[in-house]
Design a protein around this ligand. Structure first.
Ligand code: FES
Length: 110
């Protein structure tokens, strides 16, 4: 049965903020350098006043070794940004222009 529900956000981003101790066998997104990326994401979304894009601080998304990881809905696109400029590109291309950034997309593997 299809539901006819209103769209709350055009894009909803979940950014993994999990931090495990150095050397932990699972690793973690924060150990892999996520903090400056998520700081940039929050700052840029706020500065651009993209009210239809929501960022949620998430716990582990389950693919720790591939981190830093963020996943964007409704498409379910997983991004692995590596530097702050990647965040700028995702915001402009995906969230403003509607074109996902293919070079930063990954398909996470367990
Ligand atoms: S720690 Fe980020 S996906 Fe697990």
């Amino acid at each position: 049965m299809a539901l006819d529900l209103p769209v709350v956000f055009k894009y909803h981003v979940f950014a993994c903020h999990t931090k495990r101790p150095p050397g932990h066998p699972r690793g973690s997104c924060m150990e892999n350098g996520a903090q400056p990326l998520w700081d940039r994401l929050a700052q840029k979304l706020d500065a651009k006043q993209l009210a239809d894009v929501s960022m949620t601080v998430s716990g582990c998304l389950g693919f720790c070794r591939a981190g830093p990881l963020m996943v964007v809905y409704p498409e379910g696109i997983w991004y692995h940004p590596e530097k702050p400029e990647d965040i700028d590109e995702i915001i402009q291309s995906h969230f403003v222009e509607g074109t996902p950034v293919e070079r930063l997309i990954i398909v996470p593997q367990r």
